[in-house]
Design a protein around this ligand. Structure first.
Ligand code: NAD
Length: 287
């Protein structure tokens, strides 16, 4: 079984981004900037934000963090978003999810300037994606496309199943696979006979958020398995996915591990989105 090493592919992407960031700095007079707004004290979110800041440092970006207490009101958060929208040093930013329950992620997402939307989740950017005029794509599904592309796993003409229909992973994933000429079935928690669907697929992307939901019996021999799920502390040790990885050897052709598969690709794509928007907003082209 070929292990699809997301860490290595992400590292390769980051090396290219780092070179481009230096060129950006030469032309603009400052580094590309990624902003993060974090509300509250969710420990996993703090780990994710720290990882993003470290990734920024490694590719010569600067990072700007706005830390707000969990008691932050909707108006205060909207003000913080406006600050980021107007900050000349911030080329793109994101609001770390999940938010405390009194804050609606939809209202927050709508307030982000679509030209500074690092996550690619603003409805305008989603709309562009849907009409096949991609500006920035949601990082996780775009990372999956990149990893398949890196390992030259064909999508064209293949039967693909996506498990999970969330706005950030499943639905854009199904769309991106469709645009890459795959024949896609999108499954979710109300899909009867899930195994019947996954067993006929060549490529299965699992993003159900259910630890160890699927194993070798759910896949046909020779399939490619992409496990998006993350369960655990987010710090590496004890982290597992939606797939029972240990069962796959000798049965499937290729699979992403957890950790070290889709996770690192998501961060690399976040950096790539930031650089795309930075170049677009400054009207410069770096090859
Ligand atoms: P979500 O909870 O928003 O959506 C889960 C989807 O899975 C839903 O559409 C639901 O219908 C479906 N589902 C749930 N149980 C199912 C079942 N038994 N059978 C079939 N479908 C089922 O989750 P999400 O935000 O899309 O995240 C999914 C997983 O991916 C989580 O573990 C999350 O932590 C992880 N994630 C990882 C990354 C990364 O960078 N690797 C990024 C985002 C999310």
């Amino acid at each position: 079984m070929l292990i699809l090493d997301g860490k290595a592919v992400a590292q390769k992407m980051k090396s290219i981004i780092a070179v481009r960031a230096l060129e950006f700095a030469k032309q603009v007079g400052r580094k590309p900037g990624l902003g993060v707004i974090i509300v509250g004290e969710d420990p996993a979110s703090h780990v994710y934000v720290k990882n993003k800041e470290m990734a920024c440092q490694a590719v010569h970006f600067h990072s700007i963090r706005l830390q707000l207490p969990s008691s932050t009101t909707k108006e205060e958060l909207l003000q913080a978003i406006q600050k980021m929208n107007q900050n000349e040093l911030v080329d793109a930013f994101l609001v770390q999810m999940p938010l405390p329950p009194h804050l609606s992620s939809e209202i927050i997402l709508d307030a982000i300037d679509p030209l500074k939307d690092a996550d690619g989740l603003h409805p305008i950017n989603m709309g562009y994606l849907w009409v096949n005029r991609q500006r920035v794509a949601p990082c996780t599904p775009w990372g999956v496309i990149k990893i398949l592309d890196h390992y030259q796993i064909p999508i064209k003409g293949q039967s693909c199943v996506v498990v999970g229909r969330s706005q950030i992973v499943g639905r854009p994933m199904a769309h991106l696979l469709t645009m890459a000429d795959g024949t896609v079935t999108l499954c979710h928690s109300r899909t009867p006979n899930l195994r019947e669907k996954t067993r006929q697929a060549d490529i299965i992307v699992v993003a159900a958020g259910q630890r160890h939901l699927l194993g070798s019996d759910d896949f046909k021999k020779g399939a490619t398995i992409i496990d998006v799920g993350i369960h655990g502390s987010g710090q590496g040790k004890g982290v597992t996915g939606d797939v029972r990885f240990s069962e796959l050897e000798g049965h499937v052709a290729a699979a992403t591990p957890v950790p070290g598969g889709v996770g690192p690709m998501t961060i690399a794509c976040l950096l790539e989105n930031t650089l795309i928007l930075a170049q677009h907003n400054k009207n410069i082209i770096i090859n």
